[in-house]
Design a protein around this ligand. Sequence first.
Ligand code: NI
Length: 200
Amino acid sequence: MRRYQAVLLAVTALVVASIAAYLLYGTGGRQGGQGTALVGGPFTLVDQDGKPRTEKDFRGQFMLIYFGYTYCPDVCPTSLQTMTQAMDRLDSALQAKITPVFVTIDPARDTAPQLKAYVENFHPRMIALTGSEKQIADAARVYRIYYAKAEGNDTTTDYLMDHSSIVFLMGPDGGYVTHFTHTTPPDKMAETLQRIVGGG
Ligand code: NI
């Protein structure tokens, strides 16, 4: 239970930090002028088929992006399920404008084949990304994602990761649009996607 409480605390801290950032930067901070994006930026990773991917591959598309790991017992599957269910509530034309993306923060275990098997449980258009420890660290940094091996792990292959749990919606220009948490209901996420991506 301590671990779960730690995750809850981390999420609460993130929400508080997000609100603080929102109050500091305001809505004008998300794009344009000197208001550079709060989150998002360049990354160089590899997808579940072993194909190199950068942020440029997603330009022109909305991107629903989440950082986690396949061995996560609860929060990650919940978030990816929510993303999948929200996408499924949209019509196919709208779905085609959004790419759901899962980036691992556990590249040691989440190889491309591991990710490929895992994301088959979720939306058919979901892209999963991995990379070297440094590539993952760089990608997590531009998205302001915290992650670390949880304390009290017994072995080098059986361990939990602590990590931020935020689903970001990035715009066709690569800039931050809005974000959700793993507690956002699929209906609410779908409604927001419909409004922003569908324009009404
Ligand atoms: Ni997780």
